[in-house]
Design a protein around this ligand. Structure first.
Ligand code: HEC
Ligand code: HEC
Ligand code: HEC
Ligand code: HEC
Length: 385
């Protein structure tokens, strides 16, 4: 805890000194869990099976991408959602921009956390993936490397990290013995972790939990460890924005592992030292890769101007309207996009009510339309100042 705190403090100082902008990477992607509970979402929506069942499960059925996507989904489903809220006497959630931003990060992060491992699947993999040819767990086997001490690590990322750090040795041994090295997909790191932890002969009750990863620190490590050099500066490997990183943490760890042999070769020919990880470093790097892989949404102020008419916004938001709706230059001003998204969502119930009285429904909004409306409105309010 203390170490973590010191580390983060040091990093914040570093940011201040270097003036590096932290983009929009969250320091703690789990902060939005509080909003999710406080606003009553959990009463109707589960996260990986725990929570309400009235709406879809965010760990299994629905994976909102960025904040525009989240708003678009909530908006397009708002009719039924508001109805269920009235029926279950749940208060309608209303957000600040910050709430909405944290909620978006949290919901996006659920996919990253992935599902818990399965012991029997892990036991099978230990044999089918050939770990058993070089390793033992549970009881010592002469000539094999025991993995029992891995028991203390609860997070699958620690297994991935240990393998990553020993990658060169493992590849060498594999080549010498003609043994094919394992490849990883799906939830394999989590399954293997669950198995090793259950089969280990280690008596110690010590358990080391990793925190889920700090993307801001991860970005820094990505530079320090030389990843940036090969994936951005001199793209020897796939370009950062092309990497497949919108997957769960164990899947991303798997992708890194699967490439570790080729990466190590590239490093050798380029005379660069192989980067190893300690503590929570790999978790930090992976959470950075995940967040930088957030799907992007396109949009333009020109399209927004068109949509403001086409979607019927202007029918209410014009000078002298009967509803007391502000004209567009009187909106906000919005501090950032999430401020706007929160305001848009907060006014959905009233807008729906007014439209219903005219026999109309809330217009659907796709993510690029939400973004375009934001760009248009923001430009107008900036101009109106
Ligand atoms: C009273 C129950 C209830 C509450 C509270 C509730 N929802 Fe929902 N939600 C639903 C239902 C039901 C649906 C499915 C609506 C449909 O099928 O049209 C839904 C759909 C959604 C969707 C769209 C899913 C998709 O298929 O893309 C999102 C996103 C969503 N809710 C987010 C939230 C968030 C965030 C909160 C808390 C701020 C919340 N909901 C609170 C009942 C609820
Ligand atoms: C071809 C032989 C080989 C295969 C197959 C193999 N490993 Fe390894 N493994 C090694 C070698 C060699 C080391 C490095 C030992 C050292 O450096 O002391 C190692 C190291 C490790 C470490 C680090 C141990 C530590 O104490 O830090 C872990 C964890 C690990 N392997 C897990 C696995 C898993 C899980 C599998 C199967 C998915 C696997 N290995 C398959 C040869 C192999
Ligand atoms: C010396 C250059 C080099 C360095 C340093 C390097 N990589 Fe790579 N990386 C590569 C190459 C080359 C590939 C493609 C290998 C292949 O095709 O199997 C690759 C592939 C990858 C992939 C798979 C991408 C995909 O979409 O398939 C990931 C993820 C990755 N690297 C992450 C990292 C991280 C994280 C670091 C820093 C710890 C790092 N790399 C450091 C050269 C490098
Ligand atoms: C049926 C009339 C009506 C329609 C149609 C309508 N609005 Fe509104 N809107 C209002 C009213 C009334 C308010 C004043 C606040 C409130 O009552 O919620 C408002 C407030 C807002 C606000 C908050 C302004 C602020 O400064 O906080 C935003 C943003 C907004 N509307 C955007 C839109 C967009 C975008 C559309 C089209 C997709 C739209 N509105 C369509 C009636 C409407």
């Amino acid at each position: 805890m203390a170490k973590n705190f010191a580390l983060k403090t040091a990093f914040v100082l570093l940011l201040l000194v270097s003036g590096v902008s932290a983009q929009q990477l969250p320091k703690n992607p789990l902060a939005g869990r509080e909003v999710f509970e406080k606003e009553g979402c959990l009463n109707c929506h589960a996260v990986n099976g725990s929570g309400g069942t009235i709406g879809p499960d965010f760990g299994k059925q629905v994976f909102p991408g960025n904040d525009y996507d989240l708003l678009s989904r909530m908006w397009n489903h708002s009719q039924r959602m508001l109805l269920m809220m009235a029926r279950t006497k749940t208060e309608r959630p209303s957000f600040t921009g910050r709430d909405f931003h944290e909620l978006g990060d949290f919901l996006y992060f659920i996919r990253y956390l992935g599902e818990p491992g399965n012991i029997s699947a892990g036991k099978r993999l230990f044999t089918t993936e050939g770990c058993i040819k070089c390793h033992s767990v549970g009881r010592a086997v002469p000539g094999k490397i025991a993995l029992d001490s891995m028991k203390i690590y609860v997070s699958p990322v620690r297994l991935a990290q240990a393998m990553w750090n020993h990658s060169i040795m493992m590849h060498r041994r594999g080549a010498a013995r003609g043994v094919k090295l394992p490849t990883f997909s799906d939830n394999r790191f989590a399954d293997l972790t669950a198995y090793i932890r259950s089969a280990s002969s280690l008596k110690s009750g010590e358990e080391i939990y990793s925190y889920p990863g700090d993307p801001v620190r991860g970005e820094q490590l990505f530079k320090e460890k030389g990843c940036y050099y090969c994936h951005v500066e001199k793209p020897v490997g796939p370009k950062l924005e092309r990497m497949r990183t919108n997957e769960s943490v164990t899947e991303i760890a798997g992708i890194m592992w699967n490439h570790s042999g080729k990466m190590a070769e590239a490093m050798k020919t380029m005379n660069r030292s192989y980067p190893s990880f300690s503590g929570d470093e790999m978790a930090d790097v992976i959470s950075y890769l995940y967040f930088q892989g957030t799907p992007r949404t396109s949009g333009s102020a020109e399209l927004g101007a068109l949509l403001f008419k086409r979607k019927g916004c202007e029918s209410c938001h014009q000078t002298g309207n009967q509803f007391n709706a502000p004209t567009v230059d009187r909106f906000g001003p919005f501090h950032d996009k999430d401020d706007f998204l929160a305001a848009l969502w907060n006014h959905a119930p009233r807008m729906e009510e007014l439209l219903l009285a005219k026999g109309k429904k809330l217009p659907d909004l796709m993510p690029n339309e939400v973004k375009s409306l934001y760009l248009f409105i923001n430009a107008k309010t900036e101009a109106g100042k």
